[in-house]
Design a binder for this molecule. Structure first.
Ligand code: ATP
Ligand code: MG
Length: 268
């Protein structure tokens, strides 16, 4: 798998319905995340983008059942390892930034403490050194007055600030390889959205991360992503370089998606 950090291979799954029936939602999903590349996963609401991402991170909903496939990270099938092994990868090598950052932060601890905990868990060292790193990380993501903000709780943060704090957390991990971002800017102010995207691109480049960006914003995809995976109704309908997808999409669904956002160029 040279040049590929993660490969989703024929991944299928279903949900238990309230009437105890298995309802298939993912059908033989396959895609690759090339090492060091930024790959977009796009597609209509409900197409399975988040479900696959949550599966990579090992936090599928309880009612979800995997019925086939593998998720290879380096040489490890993430679907075959136990929670302890998953936990050692999560945070240390694989980070995820969720759509609703405020909900992803723990409401009962200060933001500074949560960042310091992440740092200390992975790097060891003393408490005050970890807090200094946490404050430094908040400063790096342009949160004003980071010392004061570090002492605040998540509910005292704005949505954009909480998103920055989550990115700071991803930046504090020790051997980051894979960063998964599930609609990291949805619900934020448009001007803040572009700041957050800039931060993400900067972090990815600085640390040479392999990034998977789930987004509805095809303008952002065209601007910053190298590769695109198009999903529809639990299936991957098309994959390719951003250039190929935007200039010569082969699937009708992709054309429709691009046409809807008025980004279809030559292939219109
Ligand atoms: N906890 C759950 N119980 C039952 N069905 C679920 C659950 N979570 C997701 N689903 C179903 O699985 C399918 C894929 O959902 P998923 O959240 O991956 O979509 P998505 O592509 O991320 O959509 P969006 O763009 O709206 O975030 C959908 O049909 C959804 O209704
Ligand atoms: Mg989603």
């Amino acid at each position: 798998m040279s040049g590929v950090l993660l490969e989703v291979e024929n991944y299928s799954g279903a949900f238990w319905s309230p009437t105890n029936e298995l309802v298939p939602v993912l059908h033989q999903v396959s895609y690759r995340l090339k090492t060091g590349a930024m790959t977009a996963v796009v597609g209509e609401t409900g197409s399975g983008k988040s479900l696959v991402a949550l599966s990579i991170f090992g936090i599928q909903p309880a009612a979800f059942v995997c019925t086939s496939g593998r998720i290879l990270y380096r040489d490890t099938d993430l679907l075959g390892i136990d929670e302890k092994e998953m936990r050692s990868l999560r945070g240390a090598e694989i980070s995820m930034v969720f759509q609703d950052a405020r909900a992803a932060l723990n409401p009962v601890f200060t933001v500074g403490r949560q960042l310091a905990d992440v740092y200390q868990l992975q790097h060891g060292g003393g408490r005050s050194a970890a807090m200094a790193k946490a404050i430094e990380a908040l400063r790096q993501v342009s949160i004003p007055e980071p010392e004061r903000r570090a002492r605040q709780y998540p509910h005292e943060f704005s949505g954009g600030m909480a998103q920055r704090a989550m990115i700071a957390m991803a930046a504090l991990t020790c051997r980051p390889s894979l960063l998964i971002l599930d609609e990291p800017t949805t619900g934020l102010d448009v001007t803040i959205q572009s700041d957050i995207m800039e931060l993400i691109v900067e972090l990815s480049r600085q640390r040479g991360l392999t990034t998977c960006l789930i987004t509805h914003d095809l303008g952002v995809v065209a601007e910053i992503c190298d590769e695109v995976v198009v999903m529809n109704a639990g299936r991957v309908v098309e994959t390719g370089t951003t250039e190929a997808i935007f200039t010569a999409p082969t699937e009708t669904y992709t054309r429709r998606l691009l046409a809807a956002s008025q980004l279809l160029e030559a292939a219109a």
